[in-house]
Design a protein. Structure first.
Ligand code: B12
Ligand code: SF4
Length: 493
């Protein structure tokens, strides 16, 4: 889908010609496969915001590749300056490479600028590809406009000292130094109007007709070994806050202009500060806005909250709280560098149950050192958490299969276990959904056939269980049969 920009609230379009920018956020295969609501492309929105402020004419395309090409054909003008592609590693990158190839063939000579978490992890390797003309690595708000200004004025010389960008100079690859973090202490006006927002609101069984995500902070200091935030090249380990005014403004826009009745705080480091949580919820109420909330946070941070804060959250609209136990095996939690204990997981689950918060628990399976025993411990934990969560609709996310992320400590371990890291952008794009979802061999070469068959059964059972967990009024007979099947799977394999 695509909406062309309504420029009315922004500075007048500059007089020079080439000012059209088309940002493409390829779909992760997961969204395509499940045909589920799309996730608001926040990265693209923040980049678009910076570009609109600088006077560019921006569109965002966020659909499958075939439709994206058709949309581009419709909106493209003689003023087109460049295409921007935003991508993380994994299944979104697979689509990104496909669409980049098509753009390079159809629109010869139009520069392709790449940004997003994959590029931040592997800037030089990305830039080596003939599908890439420029990159922005790290956060892009401060770097994108200076880069486009230079492209527009054909002034490559100014790029040499520009941090956070990369370009090709004759036959060499130039990657600028780290640009640091973007400035957050201001009010952002994210250009939601560039998207058909009806495609992004989610109806959730926890009482939401229209749910949207926002960010209240960036960064996370916890350095889990599998997470790209802990990358050495661009460590996203400093927590940085948006202002309360910005958060209130963002929520107000989503509630009043787009009918949001639930907001998800999608930050990595949410709950880093208890005081701030209270300030945010109070400030929104003071504006006369009544909305529900959900968020995910670390188990240890949740446990640090004062008892009265749980009541405060309830009174102020928080309905659901999630966290990622990741594994039921302490050995694996330690290996992942998660820095939480099994005991903490069970303890916070009891607190959430006592306050009847809806839950959302995420697990990750198939990391290099996981054995069948570890997997069984995870299943046992899921079973335990299900028993305490029967009032909560759909408390379990998918059991994510571990994907080695470039720049992380576990990536190096995955290599020791036989993972052969792709050497080019195109090779990253050559994984397919079977590699990512079924583990045929390339992404997780350590996975034993026997374990995979077991895991597939486990994933299916957890999905069946989750599907039956509709909250109060669930079918007790069906659920107890699934419990028995899970018990069987754990005890007898
Ligand atoms: C929402 C989300 C998803 C959503 C949707 C993502 C989407 N693009 O539509 C879903 C649930 C589908 C998803 C899936 C996955 N995700 Co995800 N996801 C996120 C999450 C939580 C938020 C993304 C976001 O909105 N960020 C906020 C914006 C502001 O940041 P940003 O997108 O990075 O954008 C900034 C910069 O990157 C840059 N930028 C971005 N694009 C561009 C483009 C240009 C041109 C420029 C100049 C700059 C630029 O500027 C932006 C503003 O500063 C992030 C964690 C995080 N906090 O970022 C993980 C994250 C992006 N996901 C990640 C991963 C690994 C995955 C999975 C592959 C996990 C898995 N094991 O399966 C799956 C995909 C596979 C699948 N199963 O389909 C990693 C990516 C790491 C990497 N190397 O790419 C992250 C960073 C989590 C982490 N910390 O490790 N994810
Ligand atoms: S707590 Fe979450 S966001 Fe922070 S480093 Fe660990 S996995 Fe990443």
């Amino acid at each position: 889908m695509i909406e062309e920009r309504n420029n009315s609230k922004r500075a007048a379009t500059p007089s020079y010609n080439k000012n059209q920018v088309i940002i493409i956020n390829p779909l992760p295969l997961l969204s395509q496969m499940r045909n589920s609501a799309l996730f608001l492309p926040l990265g693209a929105l923040y980049i678009a915001d910076a570009l609109l402020d600088a006077g560019y004419n921006v569109s965002i395309i966020n659909t499958d590749n075939e439709k994206a090409l058709a949309e581009i054909k419709k909106i493209i003008s003689k003023n087109l300056l460049c295409f921007c592609i935003s991508t993380m590693s994994g299944t979104q990158l697979i689509n990104a490479v496909v669409i980049a190839k098509a753009l390079k063939t159809k629109y010869i000579g139009v520069p392709l600028i790449w940004g997003g978490p994959h590029i931040t992890a592997l800037p030089r390797q990305t830039l080596e590809s003939n599908l890439v003309d420029y990159i922005c690595w790290g956060e892009g708000e401060e770097t994108i406009s200076p880069l486009l200004d230079s492209i527009k004025s054909n002034n490559n010389a100014s790029l040499f000292n520009m941090p956070g960008i990369g370009f090709k100079n004759k036959k060499s690859i130039i990657v600028g130094k780290n640009a640091g973090y973007s400035y957050l202490l201001k009010i952002f006006h994210l250009p939601y109007h560039l998207l058909d927002m009806s495609k992004y609101s989610r109806q959730l069984a926890i009482g939401a007709e229209k749910e949207f995500p926002i960010l209240t902070s960036r960064g996370c200091p916890f350095r889990c070994k599998f997470c790209s935030n802990s990358s050495v090249l661009w460590p996203n380990t400093k927590i940085r806050f948006h202002t309360i005014d910005n958060i209130v403004n963002d929520i107000k826009t989503l509630v009043r202009e787009y009918g949001a009745d639930m907001i998800t705080f999608a930050d990595d480091g949410f709950l880093y500060s208890e005081k701030r949580l209270i300030n945010i919820l109070s400030a929104v109420r003071e504006e006369g806005i009544v909305v529900k909330y959900r968020f995910a946070a670390r188990a240890d941070l949740l446990l640090k909250l004062k008892e009265e804060t749980f009541s405060f959250m309830k009174e102020h609209g928080v309905v659901a709280i999630g966290f990622a136990p990741e594994s039921g095996s302490q050995k694996i939690l330690d290996y992942l560098g998660k820095n939480i204990t099994i005991e903490q997981i069970y303890r916070i689950d009891r607190v959430l149950s006592r306050y009847k918060f809806y839950k959302n628990y995420n697990f990750m399976v198939c990391s290099p050192r996981e054995t069948m025993e570890d997997l069984k411990l995870t299943l046992r934990m899921i079973l335990d958490l299900a028993r305490t969560s029967m009032y909560s609709p759909y408390p379990f996310g998918t059991l994510f299969k571990y994907i080695p992320l470039p720049g992380t400590e576990l990536y190096e371990d995955a290599i020791k276990f036989g993972f052969k890291p792709p050497q080019t952008l195109n090779q990253w794009g050559e994984f397919d959904h079977r590699d990512i979802f079924d583990s045929i061999d390339r992404v997780r070469p350590w996975a034993r056939k026997k374990n995979l068959v077991y895991m597939q059964k486990a994933i299916e059972l957890v999905e069946r269980l989750n599907f039956q967990m509709i909250g109060e009024g669930y079918d007790k007979r069906v659920v107890s049969e699934i419990f028995k099947e899970m018990d069987n799977l754990i005890e007898r394999g």
